[in-house]
Design a protein around this ligand. Structure first.
Ligand code: XMP
Length: 319
């Protein structure tokens, strides 16, 4: 019978025996899987683990601070935070094709990760939050190389000359098991039950060209949406929810004046495997409340729409 404490005990011993006195590097994203790996490896090897958290400027509101608080402050995990917003946004300037944006974000991430990894002396292992469905999904595909940084599976993977051995402690677990392990290791409930967030982040939720102004507006709208989903108890009934930025302006009225501002779309879907999905039947009064808050609190957005497209024919993301 599988139990989370049995798994942790076994895995902690296995990792200790495998790694010995070597150093281990982990790309920490703030998502469920890499967070659970961080907590598990911290328990197993403590100071021998160094996490690298890259802030690409396309993360959710206060994400970087939250990651540092949970891991560095509360748990004492060694985390290097790299503020790379300007570098990512610089490379994305003028680019509007979704696949090009993905490639730029993925490659830039790998470049930065590689630079940081090179600074850690004696690093012999690269840990990743690969879970069983990822193993199955990438089996037999060209990008299914074991050296891929998981959240950028659509990129070529780590440089060939990076001589690190792979450590994937969650490789045999399903998502619900990963969550149980995370709770058992003391990670906050919200972190463990977070919706998935794509590697390219807001980069594919800002349609077309990515600009800092758009990312800042989108982050604030998304934070209001998430707040309200948590407060109303809907968050955990939804598989994935987020806000999309539409770089078009529409006319509105506010007080006595006319506004001419941007539009955001709210997305929420239910799905088992993310291959197909249905749009979530959000209560109308809740939608109305969220829309009012976004429009009243965010100067620059004057219209909110709700996406009622299922997958297929739509995709979950808009790009
Ligand atoms: P779609 O939009 O293809 O999304 O229906 C299915 C799931 O995959 C996530 N997604 C990505 N995750 N890098 C990622 O790490 C990506 O480029 C990417 N594109 C989509 C999406 O959020 C959803 O959970």
């Amino acid at each position: 019978l599988w139990t989370s404490d049995g798994f942790i005990e076994y895995e902690v011993e296995r990792v200790r025996a495998l790694v010995g006195d070597d150093k281990v590097i982990l790309g920490l994203s703030g998502g469920v899987d890499s967070s659970v790996v961080a907590a598990l490896l911290h328990r197993a090897i403590g100071e021998q683990l160094t996490c690298v958290f890259v802030d690409n400027g396309l993360l959710r509101l206060n994400e970087g601070d939250q990651v540092m608080e949970t891991f560095a402050q509360n748990m004492g995990v060694k985390v290097i935070r790299v503020d790379a917003e300007a570098r990512f946004l610089g490379k994305l300037a003028g680019v509007s094709d979704p696949e090009k944006k993905r490639k730029i974000i993925g490659h830039t991430f790998i470049e930065i990760f590689d630079e940081e990894a090179g600074k850690i002396e004696n690093a012999k292992w690269l840990a990743q939050g690969t879970i069983y469905p990822d193993v199955v999904e990438s089996a037999g595909t060209k990008t299914g190389k074991a050296t891929n940084i998981k959240s950028h599976h659509n990129v070529g993977g780590l440089p060939e000359d990076m001589q690190l051995k792979l450590l994937e402690p969650l490789r045999e677990l399903f998502k619900d098991e990963v969550r149980k392990v995370g709770l058992e290791l003391g990670l906050p409930h919200r972190m463990v039950f977070r919706h998935p967030f794509p590697g390219p982040g807001l980069g594919v939720r800002i349609l077309g060209e990515v600009k800092k102004e758009y990312a800042d507006l989108l982050r604030r709208a998304d934070a209001i949406y998430m707040d309200e989903l948590y407060a109303s108890g809907h968050y955990e009934r939804i598989s994935q929810a987020f806000t999309v930025f539409l770089p078009v302006k529409s006319v509105g009225v506010m007080g006595d004046g006319r506004t001419y501002d941007y539009v955001v779309a709210l997305r929420a879907v239910e799905t088992k495997d993310f291959m197909t999905a249905t749009w979530y039947p959000m209560p109308h009064d809740l939608l109305s409340h969220i829309a009012n808050r976004i429009i009243n609190e965010i100067d620059g957005i004057n219209r909110v729409t709700y996406d009622i497209t299922s997958k297929p024919p739509g995709t979950i993301e808009w790009e």
